[in-house]
Design a protein around this ligand. Structure first.
Ligand SMILES: Nc1ncnc2c1ncn2[C@@H]1O[C@H](COP(=O)(O)OP(=O)(O)O)[C@@H](O)[C@H]1O
Ligand SMILES: [Mg+2]
Length: 142
């Protein structure tokens, strides 16, 4: 999941909104740490923000990490100023855990993670065609 994040960081242009969904413990934060790694941000800086909904990490591209686990409703997101990041990621890579809780459809990239046995995850990726090409350009590590 970390390596997938690193590869996504290389393939995604700034201004991309990435929606991460999947059950608790699926690997959404690990994937976000991989994205951070790919942007030159120390992965351990990326934690599951228990009470903060949003953290901004400066890097090669700024990573905005949003975790909506504790989101009560869209007004919550409004209060926290999150909607601005969702509506306009600007030059940042905006990664949103528990995106489904927002009840919105629009995201540039959708990652759906499911458990598929101990240590194994099944990932469904929905990305624009240009990102498919960028992901194909480099073979998987190992
Ligand atoms: N293939 C895998 N990919 C990601 N995490 C995995 C994998 N196998 C086991 N794990 C473990 O699952 C947990 C995922 O946690 P986390 O990324 O915080 O999940 P989430 O953010 O989706 O709640 C970690 O403890 C990690 O070590
Ligand atoms: Mg998490």
């Amino acid at each position: 999941m970390h390596e997938l994040g690193r590869r996504l960081a290389e393939a995604l242009p700034p201004g991309t909104l990435v929606a991460l969904d999947g059950p608790l413990g699926a690997g959404k934060t690990v994937l976000t740490q991989g994205i951070a790694d790919g942007l030159g941000i120390a992965p351990r800086e990326v934690t599951s923000p228990s009470f903060t909904l949003c953290r901004v990490h400066p890097g090669r591209t700024t990573l905005v990490h949003i975790d909506l686990y504790r989101l009560a409703g869209e007004s919550d997101a409004h209060d926290a100023g999150l909607l601005e990041w969702l509506d306009d990621p600007r030059d940042a890579l905006v990664v949103v855990e528990w995106f489904e809780r927002l009840g919105r459809e629009r995201a540039d990239v959708r990652v759906r993670i499911a458990f598929a046995g101990t240590g194994v995850r099944r990932v469904s990726l929905t990305v624009p065609p240009a990102v498919v090409a960028a992901l194909r350009r480099r073979p998987p590590a190992g």
